[in-house]
Design a protein around this ligand. Structure first.
Ligand code: SAH
Ligand code: SF4
Ligand code: F3S
Length: 473
C-alpha cells in the first residue's frame, strides 16, 4: 500500500486539508478500545496517524464523523461486548454520513465475517497494519467501501518510532510484538502473529527523545511476552533495561507482560541493580497445579515459579508481585483447583487478575473435551477471589506507617471531599487529601512522598509528607 506523503499535505485558509487531491475538512473521530495495554497504545498510534488527516478525538459519539472500535478477542465476554456496541452503530449510521471501522484482535481473524454480517461496517483492519490507517481512511473518503486489510508485516526487523498523543509524563513503548508461545488456551498468537523485537539502540534513542522532548519520566515497556525480547537478535531485556537505566531524567521503568518460563537469572539480577526499575512485577502464573500448567503448555512448574519469586525477592526485598489466574481450565479437578489456592498462600501476591476459562476458536484447549460446568467454574473463580482478598488485606496492612513516593495521576471526589491519587513504584494506588493550606493546589503529575495512614485489601490512604513538584531532579 502506498504511504501518504505527510509532508505534501496542504492546509487551505478555511482549515480544510488537501491530501492526494482529496479534501479533508475538520472531522471528529470517536474510538472505543477494548483489551490490554497494547491495544490502548495502538489506539494512541492510530490517532497520531489520523491527526494529519484533520481528525480530532471526541468523547461524544453523537457528534463524530468516524467511529472506530479497537477490539479484543481474549475471552468471549470481550467479543460479546464489542458485537453489541457494533450492533448499536446501526443507529448512528441512520443519523448521518458517519463511517465505521473495526481494528484490533477480533478484526485480525474475523474481518470478512464482520463486514458481511454488519452492513453498518465500512472497513476492518488487523493488528499489524495500524501504521497504514492513514491510507485506509484516505481510501474510505475516496469512496472505497467494505474493505479489509489484515496482512502481516513480513519484514525481518521491527522498527517504529513511539508516538504519543498525550502530554503526560507516563508513556508506553512497544519493544516486542507477537507471541510464539501458543499456550493452549490463548488466542493472542493468532491475533498478533509471530514475535519480533525492536533493537536496543532504537528503543534507547526513542525513550531518550521522549524524555528530552516530551516530558516523559516513566516508561512501560510493552509486549505480550517481553521476556522473549531480543532473542532472535542476540539481545535481552536485561540489557535493554540496563541501557535505559542510564537515561537522565527518566525516573521509572516498568515492563509487561512477562512469562515465567523466560525470566532469566540475568533479568532477575537487573531487578537488584537497575535503580529505575519499578518495585513491581506482574508475572502471570495461570494455575497452581502442575498438571494444569502442563495442559496449558506453560513450560514451567509451580516449583520453578516460586523459586523465581524467591530470587526476585532476594535481589529486591521491596518488590511487589502480582499475577493472572484462569479458573476452571478444561477438566480441572477439585484438587487442581485447591492447588491454586495453595499457591496464592505461598506467593503472597499484592493483587491478581482472575478469569473464568473461555474457549477460543482455533486453540488447543478448545478441542479438549471438557466436563466442567459454568457453575463449577464460577464457584471456583469466586473462591480464588475471596481467598486472594484475605491475603491481600494482610499484605497491604504492612504498608501502614511507611512512606512511599508516588507520581500523582488524578483526582476524584469521595463523599464530597476532593482526593488526589497517585501510584507508587510498586504499582499501588494511594489516595490523599491535600492539607488545608493546599486545598487549591494542583498536584497533577507532582511527585510526592506519602505516609500511609490506612490500607485495606482494595484501598489505601496516605498523608502528604513532601511535595517535590513536577520534577525530581
Ligand atoms: N502474555 C500474557 C497474557 C496475555 S492475556 C501472559 O503470557 O501471561 C492476559 C490474561 O488473560 C492471561 O494472563 C490469562 O490469564 C487470561 N486469558 C488468556 N486467554 C484466556 C482464555 N482463553 N480464557 C480465560 N482467560 C484467558
Ligand atoms: Fe497468550 Fe501464552 Fe502468549 Fe501470553 S504467552 S500471550 S498467554 S500464548
Ligand atoms: Fe485482547 Fe488482543 Fe490484547 S486479544 S488482550 S487486545 S493482544
Amino acid at each position: 500500500m502506498e504511504t501518504i506523503n505527510y509532508e505534501e499535505i496542504q492546509t487551505l485558509e478555511n482549515g480544510v486539508k488537501v491530501v492526494g487531491g482529496l479534501e479533508f475538512p475538520q472531522r471528529k473521530v470517536w474510538v472505543k478500545t477494548y483489551g490490554c495495554q497494547m491495544n490502548y497504545h495502538d489506539t494512541e498510534r492510530i490517532l497520531s496517524h489520523l491527526n494529519p488527516l484533520n481528525f480530532t478525538l471526541t468523547d461524544e459519539r453523537e457528534g463524530a464523523d468516524l467511529l472506530l472500535f479497537n477490539t479484543c478477542a481474549i475471552r468471549d465476554l470481550a467479543n460479546q461486548k464489542f458485537y453489541s456496541h457494533l450492533g448499536n452503530a446501526k443507529h448512528d449510521k441512520q443519523r448521518s454520513e458517519i463511517k465505521v471501522g473495526v481494528g484490533g484482535c477480533i478484526a485480525q481473524t474475523e474481518s470478512k465475517e464482520l463486514l458481511k454480517k454488519y452492513p453498518q461496517l465500512d472497513f476492518a483492519f488487523g493488528t499489524d497494519v495500524i501504521d497504514n490507517i492513514g491510507e485506509m481512511v484516505f481510501r474510505l473518503y475516496a469512496g472505497d467501501k467494505k474493505f479489509a486489510v489484515t496482512s502481516w508485516d513480513r519484514s525481518e526487523n521491527y522498527s517504529i518510532e513511539t508516538k504519543i498523543a498525550h502530554g503526560t509524563p507516563q508513556a508506553f513503548v512497544n519493544i516486542i510484538k507477537g507471541c510464539d508461545k501458543f499456550c493452549s488456551y490463548c488466542i493472542v498468537p493468532f491475533t498478533r502473529g509471530r514475535e519480533k523485537s525492536r533493537s536496543i539502540t532504537e528503543i534507547v534513542n526513542d525513550v531518550a527523545r521522549l524524555v528530552a522532548h516530551q516530558g516523559v519520566q516513566e516508561v512501560t515497556l510493552l509486549g505480550q511476552n517481553v521476556n522473549s525480547f531480543g532473542k532472535k537478535n542476540g539481545e535481552s531485556l536485561a540489557q535493554l533495561i540496563t541501557a535505559l537505566d542510564k537515561i537522565e531524567g527518566l525516573q521509572i521503568i516498568r515492563y509487561t507482560t512477562s512469562h515465567p518460563y523466560d525470566i532469566s537469572d540475568e533479568l532477575i539480577a537487573v531487578h537488584g541493580t537497575a535503580k529505575k526499575l519499578a518495585n513491581h512485577l506482574h508475572l502471570p502464573v495461570q494455575s497452581g497445579s502442575n498438571s494444569v500448567l502442563q495442559r496449558m503448555l506453560r513450560q514451567y512448574s509451580v516449583e520453578h515459579f516460586l523459586e523465581r519469586l524467591a530470587a526476585l525477592r532476594q535481589v529486591n526485598p521491596q518488590i511487589v508481585l502480582s499475577t493472572d489466574i484462569i479458573a476452571g481450565f478444561p477438566n480441572e479437578t477439585e484438587a487442581e483447583h485447591r492447588a491454586t489456592l495453595d499457591l496464592l498462600d505461598k506467593a503472597q501476591f499484592d493483587f491478581i487478575y482472575s478469569y473464568n476459562f473461555s474457549a477460543r476458536k482455533g486453540t488447543k484447549a478448545d478441542r479438549m473435551k471438557d466436563i466442567l460446568t459454568k457453575d463449577i467454574r464460577g464457584r471456583r473463580l469466586r473462591e480464588i477471589q475471596a481467598h486472594q482478598l484475605k491475603i491481600q488485606a494482610q499484605v497491604r496492612s504492612e504498608m501502614v506507617g511507611k512512606t512511599y513516593r508516588v507520581l500523582v495521576e488524578g483526582k476524584g471526589s469521595m463523599k464530597g471531599q476532593l482526593k488526589w491519587r497517585g501510584r507508587t513504584s510498586c504499582f499501588r494506588i494511594v489516595h490523599f487529601i491535600a492539607e488545608e493550606e493546599n486545598v487549591d493546589k494542583d498536584f497533577l503529575w507532582h511527585w510526592v512522598d506519602l505516609k500511609i495512614t490506612s490500607a485495606t485489601a482494595l484501598s489505601c490512604q496516605g498523608m502528604i509528607v513532601h511535595d517535590y513538584g513536577k520534577k525530581l531532579d
